[in-house]
Design a protein around this ligand. Structure first.
Ligand code: ARG
Length: 568
Protein backbone atom coordinates (compact mmCIF):
# COMPACT_ATOMS: atom_id res chain seq x y z
CA UNK A 1 0.00 0.00 0.00
CA UNK A 2 2.52 2.60 1.12
CA UNK A 3 4.66 1.13 -1.64
CA UNK A 4 2.50 2.65 -4.36
CA UNK A 5 4.05 4.30 -7.37
CA UNK A 6 3.63 8.06 -7.62
CA UNK A 7 3.61 9.50 -11.11
CA UNK A 8 6.05 12.43 -11.31
CA UNK A 9 4.45 15.83 -11.87
CA UNK A 10 6.53 16.24 -15.02
CA UNK A 11 4.96 13.14 -16.54
CA UNK A 12 1.52 14.11 -15.30
CA UNK A 13 1.81 17.55 -16.86
CA UNK A 14 3.12 16.08 -20.11
CA UNK A 15 0.07 13.80 -20.22
CA UNK A 16 -2.24 16.77 -19.69
CA UNK A 17 -0.63 18.70 -22.56
CA UNK A 18 -0.68 15.61 -24.73
CA UNK A 19 -4.39 15.16 -24.15
CA UNK A 20 -5.03 18.82 -24.96
CA UNK A 21 -3.11 18.48 -28.24
CA UNK A 22 -5.26 15.47 -29.08
CA UNK A 23 -8.40 17.50 -28.46
CA UNK A 24 -7.49 20.64 -30.43
CA UNK A 25 -5.68 18.81 -33.26
CA UNK A 26 -6.96 15.20 -33.37
CA UNK A 27 -4.77 14.48 -36.40
CA UNK A 28 -1.69 15.25 -34.33
CA UNK A 29 -2.69 13.16 -31.32
CA UNK A 30 0.38 11.45 -29.90
CA UNK A 31 2.75 14.30 -30.81
CA UNK A 32 5.52 14.84 -28.26
CA UNK A 33 4.29 17.43 -25.72
CA UNK A 34 7.95 18.52 -25.16
CA UNK A 35 7.48 19.31 -21.47
CA UNK A 36 10.41 20.10 -19.19
CA UNK A 37 11.27 22.01 -16.02
CA UNK A 38 11.25 25.74 -16.52
CA UNK A 39 12.88 28.71 -14.88
CA UNK A 40 9.73 30.79 -15.38
CA UNK A 41 7.04 28.38 -14.24
CA UNK A 42 6.85 24.81 -12.92
CA UNK A 43 7.18 23.37 -16.40
CA UNK A 44 7.18 24.55 -19.95
CA UNK A 45 5.98 22.98 -23.18
CA UNK A 46 7.58 23.74 -26.54
CA UNK A 47 5.19 21.48 -28.46
CA UNK A 48 3.47 24.27 -30.37
CA UNK A 49 6.71 25.38 -32.03
CA UNK A 50 7.41 22.24 -34.04
CA UNK A 51 3.76 21.31 -34.40
CA UNK A 52 2.76 24.78 -35.64
CA UNK A 53 5.54 24.71 -38.21
CA UNK A 54 4.48 21.29 -39.37
CA UNK A 55 0.78 22.21 -39.62
CA UNK A 56 1.40 25.68 -41.08
CA UNK A 57 -0.22 27.40 -38.08
CA UNK A 58 1.32 30.26 -36.11
CA UNK A 59 2.87 28.57 -33.05
CA UNK A 60 1.59 31.28 -30.69
CA UNK A 61 -1.98 30.73 -31.92
CA UNK A 62 -1.65 26.98 -31.57
CA UNK A 63 -0.15 27.39 -28.10
CA UNK A 64 -3.19 29.52 -27.21
CA UNK A 65 -5.51 26.74 -28.33
CA UNK A 66 -3.66 24.16 -26.30
CA UNK A 67 -3.67 26.49 -23.29
CA UNK A 68 -7.43 26.83 -23.62
CA UNK A 69 -7.96 23.10 -23.60
CA UNK A 70 -5.44 21.83 -21.09
CA UNK A 71 -6.86 20.79 -17.70
CA UNK A 72 -5.41 20.49 -14.23
CA UNK A 73 -2.62 22.98 -14.84
CA UNK A 74 -2.55 26.72 -15.52
CA UNK A 75 -1.11 27.42 -18.98
CA UNK A 76 0.10 30.77 -20.33
CA UNK A 77 1.48 31.46 -23.76
CA UNK A 78 4.84 33.15 -23.75
CA UNK A 79 7.17 34.34 -26.50
CA UNK A 80 6.79 32.83 -29.96
CA UNK A 81 4.70 29.89 -28.73
CA UNK A 82 5.99 28.48 -25.46
CA UNK A 83 3.54 27.38 -22.84
CA UNK A 84 4.37 28.16 -19.23
CA UNK A 85 2.70 25.59 -17.02
CA UNK A 86 1.95 26.06 -13.33
CA UNK A 87 0.39 23.48 -11.07
CA UNK A 88 -2.05 24.32 -8.29
CA UNK A 89 -0.37 24.52 -4.87
CA UNK A 90 -2.52 21.74 -3.52
CA UNK A 91 -1.30 19.30 -6.19
CA UNK A 92 2.28 19.92 -5.14
CA UNK A 93 1.56 19.45 -1.43
CA UNK A 94 -0.33 16.24 -2.23
CA UNK A 95 2.70 15.03 -4.10
CA UNK A 96 4.96 15.68 -1.08
CA UNK A 97 2.61 13.58 1.07
CA UNK A 98 2.28 10.83 -1.51
CA UNK A 99 6.05 10.34 -1.60
CA UNK A 100 6.15 9.42 2.06
CA UNK A 101 6.28 5.65 1.41
CA UNK A 102 9.39 3.51 1.82
CA UNK A 103 10.31 3.76 -1.87
CA UNK A 104 9.54 7.47 -2.10
CA UNK A 105 6.83 6.67 -4.63
CA UNK A 106 9.29 5.29 -7.14
CA UNK A 107 8.38 2.25 -9.22
CA UNK A 108 10.40 -0.61 -10.66
CA UNK A 109 10.67 0.18 -14.38
CA UNK A 110 13.59 -2.26 -14.77
CA UNK A 111 11.61 -5.20 -13.41
CA UNK A 112 11.94 -8.37 -15.45
CA UNK A 113 15.30 -7.40 -16.88
CA UNK A 114 18.39 -9.41 -16.01
CA UNK A 115 21.51 -7.28 -15.97
CA UNK A 116 25.04 -8.58 -15.49
CA UNK A 117 27.39 -5.98 -14.06
CA UNK A 118 31.06 -6.91 -14.40
CA UNK A 119 33.13 -4.73 -12.09
CA UNK A 120 36.12 -4.44 -9.76
CA UNK A 121 38.01 -7.49 -11.10
CA UNK A 122 41.43 -7.00 -9.49
CA UNK A 123 44.25 -9.38 -10.22
CA UNK A 124 45.19 -12.16 -7.82
CA UNK A 125 48.62 -11.90 -6.18
CA UNK A 126 48.72 -8.17 -6.77
CA UNK A 127 47.51 -5.45 -4.54
CA UNK A 128 44.45 -3.46 -5.43
CA UNK A 129 45.59 -0.07 -6.58
CA UNK A 130 44.07 3.22 -7.56
CA UNK A 131 43.23 1.77 -10.99
CA UNK A 132 40.68 -0.55 -9.39
CA UNK A 133 39.01 2.21 -7.45
CA UNK A 134 36.88 3.56 -10.27
CA UNK A 135 35.53 0.25 -11.57
CA UNK A 136 34.67 -0.84 -8.03
CA UNK A 137 32.87 2.36 -7.09
CA UNK A 138 31.12 3.02 -10.41
CA UNK A 139 30.09 -0.60 -10.90
CA UNK A 140 28.74 -0.84 -7.38
CA UNK A 141 26.65 2.29 -7.74
CA UNK A 142 25.20 1.07 -11.04
CA UNK A 143 24.36 -2.29 -9.47
CA UNK A 144 22.53 -0.45 -6.68
CA UNK A 145 20.56 1.89 -8.95
CA UNK A 146 19.54 -0.88 -11.36
CA UNK A 147 18.62 -3.13 -8.46
CA UNK A 148 16.48 -0.45 -6.81
CA UNK A 149 14.63 0.07 -10.09
CA UNK A 150 13.74 -3.61 -10.08
CA UNK A 151 16.35 -5.16 -12.37
CA UNK A 152 17.59 -8.64 -11.55
CA UNK A 153 21.23 -7.66 -11.07
CA UNK A 154 23.95 -10.30 -11.30
CA UNK A 155 27.29 -8.97 -10.06
CA UNK A 156 30.38 -10.56 -11.58
CA UNK A 157 33.84 -10.01 -10.18
CA UNK A 158 36.02 -11.15 -13.07
CA UNK A 159 39.15 -11.70 -10.99
CA UNK A 160 42.42 -12.14 -12.82
CA UNK A 161 43.00 -15.56 -11.26
CA UNK A 162 44.46 -17.53 -14.16
CA UNK A 163 47.46 -17.36 -16.42
CA UNK A 164 51.07 -18.29 -16.85
CA UNK A 165 52.19 -15.99 -14.01
CA UNK A 166 50.89 -18.58 -11.54
CA UNK A 167 53.54 -21.08 -12.60
CA UNK A 168 56.19 -18.56 -11.68
CA UNK A 169 54.49 -17.64 -8.43
CA UNK A 170 53.96 -21.18 -7.18
CA UNK A 171 57.47 -22.22 -8.11
CA UNK A 172 58.91 -19.21 -6.31
CA UNK A 173 56.74 -19.85 -3.26
CA UNK A 174 58.01 -23.43 -3.05
CA UNK A 175 61.63 -22.51 -3.55
CA UNK A 176 61.51 -19.57 -1.11
CA UNK A 177 58.85 -20.33 1.52
CA UNK A 178 57.73 -17.79 4.12
CA UNK A 179 55.81 -14.54 3.98
CA UNK A 180 52.05 -14.45 3.91
CA UNK A 181 50.30 -11.08 3.98
CA UNK A 182 49.25 -9.89 0.58
CA UNK A 183 51.78 -7.11 0.60
CA UNK A 184 54.17 -10.01 0.80
CA UNK A 185 52.36 -11.63 -2.08
CA UNK A 186 52.76 -8.45 -4.07
CA UNK A 187 56.50 -8.44 -3.24
CA UNK A 188 56.61 -12.10 -4.15
CA UNK A 189 55.19 -11.29 -7.56
CA UNK A 190 58.00 -8.84 -8.19
CA UNK A 191 60.66 -11.19 -6.86
CA UNK A 192 59.36 -14.10 -8.93
CA UNK A 193 59.24 -11.94 -12.04
CA UNK A 194 62.84 -10.82 -11.45
CA UNK A 195 64.06 -14.36 -10.98
CA UNK A 196 62.10 -15.51 -14.02
CA UNK A 197 63.77 -12.86 -16.17
CA UNK A 198 67.26 -13.44 -14.75
CA UNK A 199 67.51 -17.20 -14.34
CA UNK A 200 66.67 -19.43 -17.34
CA UNK A 201 66.65 -22.56 -15.17
CA UNK A 202 64.02 -21.01 -12.87
CA UNK A 203 62.04 -19.89 -15.91
CA UNK A 204 62.01 -23.46 -17.18
CA UNK A 205 60.81 -24.78 -13.81
CA UNK A 206 58.11 -22.08 -13.74
CA UNK A 207 56.92 -23.09 -17.22
CA UNK A 208 56.77 -26.72 -16.15
CA UNK A 209 54.70 -25.57 -13.16
CA UNK A 210 52.20 -23.89 -15.51
CA UNK A 211 51.85 -27.15 -17.40
CA UNK A 212 51.26 -28.96 -14.11
CA UNK A 213 48.63 -26.40 -13.08
CA UNK A 214 46.82 -26.72 -16.37
CA UNK A 215 46.98 -30.51 -16.14
CA UNK A 216 45.34 -30.31 -12.70
CA UNK A 217 48.27 -31.73 -10.75
CA UNK A 218 46.79 -31.74 -7.20
CA UNK A 219 49.64 -30.15 -5.24
CA UNK A 220 50.05 -27.37 -7.79
CA UNK A 221 46.31 -26.71 -7.90
CA UNK A 222 46.24 -26.58 -4.09
CA UNK A 223 49.03 -23.99 -4.10
CA UNK A 224 47.16 -21.93 -6.68
CA UNK A 225 43.99 -22.08 -4.58
CA UNK A 226 45.96 -20.91 -1.55
CA UNK A 227 47.25 -17.87 -3.41
CA UNK A 228 43.76 -17.02 -4.70
CA UNK A 229 42.21 -17.36 -1.26
CA UNK A 230 44.84 -15.19 0.36
CA UNK A 231 44.41 -12.46 -2.23
CA UNK A 232 40.66 -12.59 -1.95
CA UNK A 233 40.91 -12.10 1.80
CA UNK A 234 42.89 -8.93 1.20
CA UNK A 235 40.38 -7.67 -1.39
CA UNK A 236 37.59 -8.37 1.07
CA UNK A 237 39.16 -6.06 3.64
CA UNK A 238 39.03 -3.25 1.10
CA UNK A 239 35.54 -4.15 -0.10
CA UNK A 240 34.28 -4.07 3.47
CA UNK A 241 35.91 -0.75 4.06
CA UNK A 242 34.50 0.69 0.84
CA UNK A 243 31.10 -0.81 1.67
CA UNK A 244 30.57 -2.37 -1.74
CA UNK A 245 28.01 -5.09 -2.40
CA UNK A 246 30.46 -7.65 -3.82
CA UNK A 247 30.42 -10.98 -1.99
CA UNK A 248 32.57 -14.11 -2.43
CA UNK A 249 29.72 -15.61 -4.50
CA UNK A 250 30.19 -12.82 -7.04
CA UNK A 251 33.76 -13.91 -7.71
CA UNK A 252 33.67 -15.62 -11.08
CA UNK A 253 37.22 -15.16 -12.26
CA UNK A 254 39.08 -15.99 -15.43
CA UNK A 255 39.75 -19.56 -14.25
CA UNK A 256 36.01 -20.28 -14.31
CA UNK A 257 36.02 -19.94 -18.09
CA UNK A 258 39.20 -21.90 -18.69
CA UNK A 259 37.48 -25.26 -19.34
CA UNK A 260 35.20 -23.83 -22.05
CA UNK A 261 37.80 -21.86 -24.02
CA UNK A 262 38.53 -24.65 -26.54
CA UNK A 263 34.82 -24.90 -27.21
CA UNK A 264 34.47 -21.14 -27.73
CA UNK A 265 37.25 -21.30 -30.31
CA UNK A 266 35.75 -24.37 -31.97
CA UNK A 267 32.36 -22.71 -32.25
CA UNK A 268 33.80 -19.55 -33.79
CA UNK A 269 35.92 -21.59 -36.18
CA UNK A 270 33.05 -23.79 -37.28
CA UNK A 271 31.05 -20.65 -38.05
CA UNK A 272 33.92 -19.34 -40.16
CA UNK A 273 34.29 -16.32 -37.89
CA UNK A 274 37.63 -17.31 -36.40
CA UNK A 275 40.35 -18.15 -38.91
CA UNK A 276 43.90 -19.46 -38.80
CA UNK A 277 46.60 -16.88 -39.14
CA UNK A 278 50.09 -18.36 -39.09
CA UNK A 279 49.96 -20.64 -36.06
CA UNK A 280 47.36 -18.56 -34.23
CA UNK A 281 43.59 -18.36 -34.50
CA UNK A 282 42.10 -14.87 -34.83
CA UNK A 283 38.88 -13.05 -35.63
CA UNK A 284 39.39 -10.19 -38.08
CA UNK A 285 37.09 -7.28 -37.41
CA UNK A 286 34.69 -6.24 -40.16
CA UNK A 287 34.27 -2.83 -38.56
CA UNK A 288 37.62 -1.69 -37.23
CA UNK A 289 40.69 -1.24 -39.35
CA UNK A 290 44.17 -0.43 -38.19
CA UNK A 291 46.97 1.38 -39.96
CA UNK A 292 46.97 0.89 -43.76
CA UNK A 293 43.39 -0.37 -43.68
CA UNK A 294 44.21 -3.82 -42.34
CA UNK A 295 41.39 -5.35 -40.24
CA UNK A 296 42.14 -5.42 -36.52
CA UNK A 297 42.34 -8.97 -35.11
CA UNK A 298 41.04 -10.39 -31.88
CA UNK A 299 43.42 -13.06 -30.61
CA UNK A 300 41.41 -16.21 -30.04
CA UNK A 301 44.24 -18.70 -29.67
CA UNK A 302 47.91 -17.79 -29.52
CA UNK A 303 50.50 -19.50 -31.66
CA UNK A 304 51.74 -21.45 -28.60
CA UNK A 305 48.24 -22.87 -28.18
CA UNK A 306 47.42 -20.71 -25.14
CA UNK A 307 44.41 -18.49 -24.55
CA UNK A 308 44.40 -14.96 -23.26
CA UNK A 309 42.19 -12.07 -22.19
CA UNK A 310 40.37 -11.90 -25.55
CA UNK A 311 39.20 -15.50 -25.53
CA UNK A 312 38.12 -15.31 -21.92
CA UNK A 313 35.91 -12.32 -22.64
CA UNK A 314 34.34 -14.13 -25.58
CA UNK A 315 33.55 -16.83 -23.05
CA UNK A 316 32.09 -14.32 -20.56
CA UNK A 317 29.70 -12.86 -23.11
CA UNK A 318 28.58 -16.25 -24.36
CA UNK A 319 28.08 -17.53 -20.81
CA UNK A 320 26.21 -14.48 -19.60
CA UNK A 321 23.77 -14.56 -22.51
CA UNK A 322 23.34 -18.31 -22.93
CA UNK A 323 23.70 -19.61 -19.40
CA UNK A 324 22.70 -16.66 -17.25
CA UNK A 325 20.01 -15.41 -19.64
CA UNK A 326 20.98 -11.75 -19.29
CA UNK A 327 19.27 -9.06 -21.36
CA UNK A 328 21.86 -6.44 -20.58
CA UNK A 329 25.60 -6.85 -20.14
CA UNK A 330 27.63 -4.13 -18.50
CA UNK A 331 31.43 -4.21 -18.38
CA UNK A 332 32.97 -1.54 -16.17
CA UNK A 333 36.63 -1.04 -17.13
CA UNK A 334 38.83 1.87 -18.05
CA UNK A 335 38.48 3.48 -21.45
CA UNK A 336 41.75 2.01 -22.72
CA UNK A 337 39.85 -1.24 -23.11
CA UNK A 338 37.31 0.29 -25.50
CA UNK A 339 38.71 -1.46 -28.58
CA UNK A 340 38.87 -4.80 -26.78
CA UNK A 341 35.16 -4.67 -25.91
CA UNK A 342 34.19 -3.34 -29.30
CA UNK A 343 35.83 -6.38 -30.90
CA UNK A 344 34.36 -8.79 -28.36
CA UNK A 345 30.84 -7.40 -28.91
CA UNK A 346 31.25 -7.48 -32.68
CA UNK A 347 32.39 -11.10 -32.59
CA UNK A 348 29.54 -12.05 -30.26
CA UNK A 349 27.08 -10.44 -32.67
CA UNK A 350 28.51 -12.30 -35.63
CA UNK A 351 28.40 -15.54 -33.66
CA UNK A 352 24.70 -15.00 -33.00
CA UNK A 353 25.15 -14.83 -29.22
CA UNK A 354 24.49 -11.12 -28.97
CA UNK A 355 21.09 -10.63 -30.57
CA UNK A 356 18.99 -7.47 -30.91
CA UNK A 357 17.11 -8.14 -27.68
CA UNK A 358 20.34 -8.08 -25.67
CA UNK A 359 22.48 -5.01 -25.10
CA UNK A 360 26.18 -5.07 -24.31
CA UNK A 361 27.79 -1.93 -22.97
CA UNK A 362 31.31 -1.01 -22.07
CA UNK A 363 31.09 1.46 -19.20
CA UNK A 364 34.37 3.21 -19.83
CA UNK A 365 36.04 5.61 -17.44
CA UNK A 366 39.06 7.87 -17.44
CA UNK A 367 42.26 7.87 -15.42
CA UNK A 368 42.76 9.04 -11.85
CA UNK A 369 45.41 11.75 -11.94
CA UNK A 370 47.78 12.84 -9.22
CA UNK A 371 48.08 16.40 -7.96
CA UNK A 372 50.54 17.07 -10.79
CA UNK A 373 47.95 16.22 -13.43
CA UNK A 374 49.81 13.05 -14.45
CA UNK A 375 48.48 9.50 -13.86
CA UNK A 376 48.50 8.96 -10.11
CA UNK A 377 51.76 7.33 -8.98
CA UNK A 378 53.72 7.13 -5.77
CA UNK A 379 56.88 9.21 -5.46
CA UNK A 380 58.79 6.07 -6.36
CA UNK A 381 56.72 5.76 -9.52
CA UNK A 382 54.67 2.76 -8.37
CA UNK A 383 50.92 2.35 -8.29
CA UNK A 384 49.28 4.06 -5.32
CA UNK A 385 47.88 1.49 -2.91
CA UNK A 386 44.18 1.85 -2.43
CA UNK A 387 44.43 1.39 1.32
CA UNK A 388 46.96 4.23 1.66
CA UNK A 389 44.74 6.50 -0.32
CA UNK A 390 41.72 5.73 1.85
CA UNK A 391 43.74 6.21 5.04
CA UNK A 392 44.80 9.61 3.82
CA UNK A 393 41.24 10.68 2.99
CA UNK A 394 39.93 9.47 6.35
CA UNK A 395 42.70 11.32 8.23
CA UNK A 396 41.85 14.59 6.48
CA UNK A 397 38.14 14.07 7.00
CA UNK A 398 38.83 13.50 10.68
CA UNK A 399 40.57 16.85 10.94
CA UNK A 400 37.79 18.66 9.15
CA UNK A 401 34.99 17.04 11.17
CA UNK A 402 36.85 17.61 14.47
CA UNK A 403 37.26 21.27 13.67
CA UNK A 404 33.54 21.62 13.03
CA UNK A 405 32.53 19.64 16.16
CA UNK A 406 35.06 20.38 18.91
CA UNK A 407 33.08 18.45 21.55
CA UNK A 408 32.70 15.16 19.68
CA UNK A 409 33.83 12.09 21.62
CA UNK A 410 36.75 10.27 19.98
CA UNK A 411 34.90 7.04 19.14
CA UNK A 412 32.09 8.96 17.48
CA UNK A 413 34.64 11.10 15.68
CA UNK A 414 36.41 7.99 14.35
CA UNK A 415 33.17 6.56 13.06
CA UNK A 416 32.09 9.76 11.33
CA UNK A 417 35.56 10.41 9.93
CA UNK A 418 35.60 6.95 8.33
CA UNK A 419 32.17 7.52 6.76
CA UNK A 420 33.10 11.01 5.62
CA UNK A 421 36.53 10.05 4.26
CA UNK A 422 35.34 7.00 2.34
CA UNK A 423 32.24 8.88 1.17
CA UNK A 424 34.44 11.76 0.00
CA UNK A 425 36.60 9.48 -2.14
CA UNK A 426 33.60 7.75 -3.64
CA UNK A 427 31.70 10.95 -4.31
CA UNK A 428 34.68 12.67 -5.93
CA UNK A 429 34.95 9.73 -8.28
CA UNK A 430 31.25 9.36 -9.05
CA UNK A 431 30.50 13.05 -9.47
CA UNK A 432 32.77 13.62 -12.44
CA UNK A 433 31.47 12.46 -15.77
CA UNK A 434 33.07 9.04 -15.90
CA UNK A 435 34.63 9.36 -19.35
CA UNK A 436 36.87 12.15 -18.03
CA UNK A 437 40.09 11.88 -16.10
CA UNK A 438 40.04 13.54 -12.70
CA UNK A 439 42.66 14.69 -10.27
CA UNK A 440 42.73 13.07 -6.84
CA UNK A 441 42.68 16.04 -4.51
CA UNK A 442 41.99 14.98 -0.93
CA UNK A 443 41.85 18.53 0.37
CA UNK A 444 39.01 19.40 -1.96
CA UNK A 445 37.22 16.07 -1.51
CA UNK A 446 36.71 16.46 2.21
CA UNK A 447 35.61 20.09 2.04
CA UNK A 448 32.32 21.01 3.69
CA UNK A 449 31.57 23.35 0.81
CA UNK A 450 31.13 22.77 -2.90
CA UNK A 451 29.99 19.67 -4.73
CA UNK A 452 31.48 17.12 -2.31
CA UNK A 453 30.31 14.03 -0.51
CA UNK A 454 30.97 15.71 2.82
CA UNK A 455 28.76 18.66 1.85
CA UNK A 456 25.88 16.31 1.05
CA UNK A 457 26.38 14.22 4.18
CA UNK A 458 26.41 17.40 6.20
CA UNK A 459 23.26 18.70 4.50
CA UNK A 460 21.56 15.44 5.37
CA UNK A 461 22.76 15.51 8.99
CA UNK A 462 21.67 19.13 9.38
CA UNK A 463 18.12 18.29 8.28
CA UNK A 464 18.10 15.30 10.62
CA UNK A 465 18.96 17.63 13.47
CA UNK A 466 16.07 19.93 12.54
CA UNK A 467 13.75 16.93 12.55
CA UNK A 468 15.02 15.55 15.84
CA UNK A 469 12.41 16.13 18.44
CA UNK A 470 10.02 17.90 16.05
CA UNK A 471 6.78 16.02 15.71
CA UNK A 472 3.98 16.27 13.16
CA UNK A 473 5.50 16.24 9.72
CA UNK A 474 2.45 15.74 7.55
CA UNK A 475 1.61 18.08 4.72
CA UNK A 476 -1.92 19.37 4.41
CA UNK A 477 -2.88 20.40 0.91
CA UNK A 478 -4.71 23.69 1.35
CA UNK A 479 -1.77 25.82 2.42
CA UNK A 480 -0.34 28.40 0.02
CA UNK A 481 3.06 27.44 -1.31
CA UNK A 482 6.05 29.79 -1.05
CA UNK A 483 8.37 29.94 -4.09
CA UNK A 484 11.26 28.31 -2.20
CA UNK A 485 8.97 25.53 -0.99
CA UNK A 486 7.77 25.04 -4.52
CA UNK A 487 11.30 24.80 -5.93
CA UNK A 488 12.25 22.25 -3.29
CA UNK A 489 9.09 20.17 -3.76
CA UNK A 490 9.56 20.04 -7.52
CA UNK A 491 13.22 19.07 -7.09
CA UNK A 492 12.17 16.23 -4.76
CA UNK A 493 9.62 15.05 -7.29
CA UNK A 494 12.34 14.65 -9.93
CA UNK A 495 14.30 11.96 -8.09
CA UNK A 496 12.82 8.93 -9.87
CA UNK A 497 13.35 10.55 -13.27
CA UNK A 498 17.03 11.02 -12.53
CA UNK A 499 17.41 7.42 -11.42
CA UNK A 500 15.82 6.28 -14.68
CA UNK A 501 18.37 8.43 -16.53
CA UNK A 502 21.23 6.84 -14.60
CA UNK A 503 19.90 3.38 -15.45
CA UNK A 504 19.68 4.34 -19.10
CA UNK A 505 23.04 6.09 -19.50
CA UNK A 506 24.95 4.24 -16.77
CA UNK A 507 26.26 7.62 -15.60
CA UNK A 508 26.19 8.01 -11.82
CA UNK A 509 27.34 11.64 -12.02
CA UNK A 510 23.77 12.54 -12.96
CA UNK A 511 22.61 11.35 -9.56
CA UNK A 512 25.42 13.31 -7.87
CA UNK A 513 24.43 16.47 -9.73
CA UNK A 514 20.82 15.95 -8.76
CA UNK A 515 21.63 15.50 -5.06
CA UNK A 516 23.83 18.57 -5.07
CA UNK A 517 21.06 20.67 -6.65
CA UNK A 518 18.59 19.22 -4.17
CA UNK A 519 20.80 20.17 -1.21
CA UNK A 520 21.06 23.69 -2.59
CA UNK A 521 17.30 23.90 -3.13
CA UNK A 522 16.98 22.92 0.52
CA UNK A 523 19.36 25.68 1.58
CA UNK A 524 17.32 28.18 -0.44
CA UNK A 525 14.17 26.95 1.25
CA UNK A 526 15.64 26.97 4.74
CA UNK A 527 16.93 30.50 4.35
CA UNK A 528 13.57 31.79 3.10
CA UNK A 529 11.18 29.73 5.21
CA UNK A 530 11.46 29.32 8.96
CA UNK A 531 10.46 25.79 9.95
CA UNK A 532 10.35 25.25 13.70
CA UNK A 533 9.29 28.84 14.41
CA UNK A 534 6.39 28.73 11.93
CA UNK A 535 2.80 28.28 13.10
CA UNK A 536 0.68 25.27 12.18
CA UNK A 537 -0.27 24.19 9.58
CA UNK A 538 2.71 25.81 7.85
CA UNK A 539 5.13 24.23 10.29
CA UNK A 540 3.87 20.71 9.63
CA UNK A 541 4.09 21.22 5.89
CA UNK A 542 7.64 22.52 6.14
CA UNK A 543 8.64 19.65 8.37
CA UNK A 544 7.20 17.29 5.75
CA UNK A 545 9.46 18.94 3.17
CA UNK A 546 12.44 18.59 5.52
CA UNK A 547 11.67 14.94 6.10
CA UNK A 548 11.27 14.12 2.42
CA UNK A 549 14.49 15.99 1.63
CA UNK A 550 16.45 14.10 4.29
CA UNK A 551 15.05 10.80 3.10
CA UNK A 552 15.76 11.55 -0.56
CA UNK A 553 19.31 12.71 0.18
CA UNK A 554 19.95 9.68 2.37
CA UNK A 555 18.50 7.34 -0.21
CA UNK A 556 20.43 8.89 -3.08
CA UNK A 557 23.69 8.71 -1.13
CA UNK A 558 22.83 5.08 -0.42
CA UNK A 559 22.54 4.37 -4.14
CA UNK A 560 25.98 5.90 -4.56
CA UNK A 561 27.18 3.53 -1.84
CA UNK A 562 27.83 6.44 0.54
CA UNK A 563 26.81 6.50 4.20
CA UNK A 564 24.44 9.21 5.40
CA UNK A 565 25.16 9.71 9.12
CA UNK A 566 22.49 11.52 11.12
CA UNK A 567 25.03 13.59 13.01
CA UNK A 568 28.17 15.13 11.72
N1 ARG B 1 41.36 -7.93 -14.37
C1 ARG B 1 41.27 -6.89 -15.36
C2 ARG B 1 42.21 -5.73 -14.97
O1 ARG B 1 42.63 -5.62 -13.83
C3 ARG B 1 39.87 -6.34 -15.53
C4 ARG B 1 38.81 -7.33 -15.99
C5 ARG B 1 37.55 -6.64 -16.43
N2 ARG B 1 36.51 -7.53 -16.82
C6 ARG B 1 36.48 -8.24 -17.97
N3 ARG B 1 35.48 -9.06 -18.18
N4 ARG B 1 37.41 -8.11 -18.86
O2 ARG B 1 42.50 -4.90 -15.83
Amino acid sequence: MDDHVVQPLLARTADAVSEAIGRVRPDSAGADPVVRRSGHADFQSNAALALGRRLGVAPAALAGEIAGSVTGVRAEVSGPGFLNLTLPDRVIWEQVSARGGPRLGIGRPERGRKVVVDYSAPNIAKEMHVGHLRTTIIGDSLARVLGFLGADVVRQNHLGDWGTQFGMLIQHLWEHPGGSAVTALDDRYRAARAEFDADPAFAARARARVVALQAGEPETVAAWRGIVAESERAFRVLYDRLGVLLTPEDSVGESFYNPVLPDVVAELRAAGIAVDSDDAVVVFSQEVTGPEGAPVPLMVRKSDGGYGYDTTDLATIRHRIRELGAQRLVYVTDSRQALHFRLVFETARRAGWLTDDVTAEHVAYGTVLGPDGRPFKTRAGGAVRLSDLLDDAVARARAVVAEKNPGLDPAELDRIAEQAGIGAVKYADLSTSRAKDYAFNVERMVSFTGNTGVYLQYAHARICSILRGASGATAVADVPLEPAERALALALDGYGGVLAEVAETLEPHRLCGYLYDLARAFTGFYEACPVLRAAEPVRGNRLALCRLTARTLGHGLGLLGIAAPERM
